[in-house]
Design a protein around this ligand. Sequence first.
Ligand code: AMP
Length: 282
Amino acid sequence: MQTFRQLDPLRRAVDALRCDGPIALVPTMGALHEGHLALVREAKARAAHVAVSIFVNPRQFGANEDLAAYPRQLERDAALIEAEGAALLWAPASEAMYPAGYATNIAVAGVSEGLCGAARPGHFDGVATVVCKLFNQVRPDFALFGEKDWQQLAVIRRMACDLDLTLPHVDAIIGIPTVREADGLAMSSRNAYLTPQERAQAAALPRAMQTAILELKAGAPVHGTLTALREALLAAGFVSVDYAELCDAESLVPLTTLPERPARLLVAARIGKARLIDNMAV
Ligand code: AMP
């Protein structure tokens, strides 16, 4: 596996690989876990070469968020993806991504405005901007993202369509189902912030979501079910609930009744130092 920290040598290496088959890109912020590795494995199954990017993107963190504390473990991450057969690690220095004078921002209206977009102003501008840059830097044939970040996936699909970021395949932006711990908690680099007690309490999040989904499917009213879900999380040790919403799976418009179309339950809640997000099909 080759590792790059500057754009010119990365581009040369990608061009050489491209002659020899399609390239899949897996963008990450590092501190890799089985969820990330599932993306790398799927990428490997779909493309001749896998490029993984690791960049803790300052533009997607708010002023009071965990940018400084975010776990960084590049050497360990490099060994993990190399063992999965990745060909290339793109780990740009911050100045390579945002050189002096950098001035461009991508804002995706609509789908980025509710949920995490409301709770974290500017977050999805940062995500859209860096992912657009990563696409232009690597020019992959496919890119893979986790359904764990459902709204992020929707924002990236919208941006790629709107800006004609024509990856060669129509279905080039691929969503991968959330990988979970044995107790159901969605794997996340931020789970490392939890104390053992908080980690045990955090399993209440997927459990309460499953309960809510069963109730919704049995015909319970949406508003009351979401209120009960919030209360269950607070009772289980969560400090606060940023949101718990039933939304159209594609447009992310909030719903007050269960539709015929695919719907998604999405939750963000805080426990200890961590803000955890999860989402499930309803
Ligand atoms: P991150 O490093 O948190 O920015 O995540 C990088 C990519 O991995 C994103 O596309 C995430 O959605 C995806 N991802 C993170 N956690 C999981 C998980 N538990 N299961 C599947 N994909 C995940």
